[in-house]
Design a protein around this ligand. Structure first.
Ligand code: NOJ
Ligand code: CA
Length: 534
């Protein structure tokens, strides 16, 4: 079985993980300092968000040099040292490739905009205005908030517009251009030769667009980043999407010329299962993020069953599913699920563990977002500390900063993240929610994750076994994983106790999110999660 099917990924937002040189911003050497933490926890692979040269308008998702490290994060030797040390511990490293767009400070764009006839004039999506001076179509920029500003920005020099699906400082690349494509593959080669274990491809379903024949239908008022990213906003599915899919096949062929690399696609979430599958059938991405699951998740057993059962049946043996409950673009899972529930600290811990059980026992590759293993929550960001470009446009609604705050290593002023005031504020709950304290508490969220990850290592069924849902009770989600040993997973999404019909389900409880557990699964308590060896 491929390593990326069995392994567990951990997502690092490098600005916020560990600052090694006291400037308040996390860096590569900081990650290296903490590698033993991942060995202790039982993580197989790290996905590190972009650390390449960047003006940081979108905190690294606006790259100005694909093959160098931004000095804020260190240098190329620091990255090589990190990779080497990680490999020594059997931990793989995936890096984040942002190939839909560059920074407007990338030398390619600077050259491209210098005239209409230079060697890179066609590397971006330039268009002349319509006869009335308007942009070529009515697409809106994803980061413009409710102002719904055009995705086209005028350039006085070329007297043309360029397209940017995200901020105006993130011009979209023209994948139709062969020279551009060659440059992209060169940058992939650069990192594969250094020895990275794979890539996460940012905005990969957006690579090719049909600009001329695609006008947004319906109102342009946007509520969230992803609500505006419906297919019809970006391309004509009959011409542009096949090109994107063919390109992904090329990328995959290229990556397969190296052994054991993984390709992970960020594909738009609202395309439906069919299109999600299209990006991951054999010969395309190994995995795509199941952002649909993340976005539609609610505190409701029936809903979660519908989401995961449909996906599981649909994917079957055609493609390999993944599960995601949090990332740097969304609120933290605990805040989303328990934020409005008025529950105490002990219940919050149970809820964190409940969702951890879900994430780590569904059939598919799980991605843990940094800090979720502690039960971190969203942090309130006062207006003068908002950093996220999209958050600025959304104010007073929160953007993406609340889930990007410093990792909580200990209870000190800056949570052991840095000696200096961090770039985003530290959550007040660092006093209780931190690595140091939780390592020493057998009942902590952190030790629960560690134990669950160990369970996955012990039971092959949890990694690769089939999955079948069981009808037990409306408030309970129950499924079994079959393989060498059958394990049933029962999750109580209600705040009341429930009886379990032992005719339907019995066996030995091997894990619970309560400190004590009864021997026979007759009753499941509020927010309890059980693993039962059948
Ligand atoms: C998706 C990334 O996850 C997000 O953080 C970023 O802002 C956009 N792509 C643009 O690169
Ligand atoms: Ca630093």
């Amino acid at each position: 079985m491929e390593w990326w099917k069995e392994g567990v990924f951990y997502q690092i937002y490098p600005r916020s993980f560990k600052d090694s040189n006291g400037d308040g911003i996390g860096d590569l050497n900081g990650i290296r300092e903490k590698l033993d933490y991942f060995s202790w926890l039982g993580i197989d692979a790290l996905w590190i968000c972009p650390f390449f040269k960047s003006p940081m308008v979108d905190f690294g998702y606006d790259i100005s040099d694909y093959t160098d490290v931004d000095p804020i994060f260190g240098n190329l030797d620091d990255f090589k040292a990190l990779l080497h040390e990680a490999h020594k511990r059997n931990i793989r490293i995936i890096i984040d490739q942002v190939y839909n767009h560059t920074s407007d400070k990338h030398p390619w764009f600077i050259e491209s905009k210098s005239s209409r006839n230079n060697s890179k004039s066609d590397w971006y999506l330039w268009r002349s205005p319509k006869s009335n001076g308007e942009p070529p179509n009515n697409w809106v920029s994803l980061f413009s908030g409710e102002k719904a500003e055009s995705a086209w920005t005028w350039d006085e020099n070329r007297k043309q517009y360029y397209l940017h699906l995200f901020a105006k400082e993130q011009p979209d690349l023209n994948w139709q251009n062969e020279g551009l494509r060659r440059a992209i593959y060169d940058s992939m080669k650069f990192w594969l030769d250094i020895g990275v274990d794979g890539f996460r491809f940012d905005a990969a379903s957006h690579f090719y667009k049909a600009i001329e024949n695609n006008i947004i239908k319906g109102p342009q008022i946007k509520k969230s980043l992803f609500e505006s990213s419906r297919d019809e906003y970006y391309w004509d599915p009959f011409t542009a999407r096949p090109q994107t899919l063919l390109e992904i096949e090329n990328i995959r062929r290229f990556m397969d010329s190296y052994p054991e690399k993984v390709s992970i696609g960020e594909v738009s979430s609202d395309m439906g299962l069919c299109l999600y599958l299209m990006f991951t059938i054999p010969g395309r991405f190994n995995i795509a993020f199941n952002i649909d699951f993340l976005e539609k998740l609610s505190f409701d057993a029936a809903n979660i069953r519908a989401l995961s059962e449909t996906l599981d049946k649909f994917f079957g043996t055609r493609a390999w599913p993944s599960y995601v409950t949090g990332n740097h673009d969304n609120r933290r899972i605990l805040s989303r699920m328990a934020g409005e529930m008025h529950v105490d600290f002990e219940d919050k811990k149970k809820i964190s563990k409940l969702f951890a059980t879900l994430l780590l026992t569904l059939r598919g590759t799980p991605f843990i977002y940094y800090g979720e293993e502690l039960g971190m929550e969203d942090t309130y960001i006062p207006r003068d500390r908002v950093m996220d470009p999209w958050g600025k446009a959304l104010w007073p609604k929160p953007g993406r900063d609340p889930s990007r705050t410093p990792m909580q290593w200990d209870s000190s002023k800056f949570s052991g993240f840095s000696d200096f005031e961090p770039w985003l504020p530290v959550n007040e709950n660092k006093v209780d929610v931190n690595v140091e304290k939780e390592m020493n508490d057998p009942n902590s969220v952190l030790n629960f994750y560690k134990k669950l990850l160990q369970m996955r290592k012990n039971y092959e069924s949890l990694r690769t076994g089939s999955m079948e849902f069981l009808d037990i009770d409306n408030d309970l989600l129950a499924y079994k994983r079959d393989g060498d040993i059958t394990i049933a997973i029962v999750l109580n999404f209600s705040n009341g106790s429930k009886l379990i019909d032992t005719n339907k389900l019995s066996g030995k409880i091997v894990m619970s999110n309560y400190p004590d557990h009864v021997l026979k699964p007759k009753e499941i308590r509020p927010f309890e999660s059980l693993l039962i060896e059948m």
